[in-house]
Design a binder for this molecule. Structure first.
Ligand code: ZN
Length: 116
């Protein structure tokens, strides 16, 4: 699945007009595949597109800021995963403009060696 298919928007700071402070996009998970109104992910960047300081005006986004690579929706990479699982939503990765689901280690191990 591609990021461009998830209705991506750059985060804007209304007070200063700065854009590219983070990214917002529709939940790509099965959980929202039939939802009329999909859950929204809001991911603030550690390194905004304009090279300025990271976004601090929205405390509801929490303290974490994602390191970013790429500056278009087609090329964006987020260095660590995006996790909506606490709210029953998608968890996964954005790499090179593509989104992929996080695979739990237990699934990798299924059918593998038994540690005992
Ligand atoms: Zn969802």
């Amino acid at each position: 699945m591609r990021l461009v298919d998830l209705n991506p928007r750059w985060m804007v700071d209304d007070a200063t007009g700065r854009s590219g402070l983070g990214i917002e996009f529709d939940c790509p998970g099965e959980c929202c595949s039939r939802a009329a109104r999909k859950a929204q992910f809001a991911v603030p960047f550690m390194n905004p597109l304009d090279g300025g300081e990271s976004f601090s005006l929205r405390p509801e986004l929490g303290p974490f800021r994602w390191p970013r690579d790429g500056d278009t929706f087609e090329t964006l990479t987020l260095i660590s995963d995006v996790d909506g699982s606490l709210n029953g939503h998608w968890r996964g990765f954005v790499r090179d403009g593509k989104v992929s689901r996080h695979i739990p280690i237990a699934d990798h191990a299924a059918g593998g060696d038994d540690a005992r």
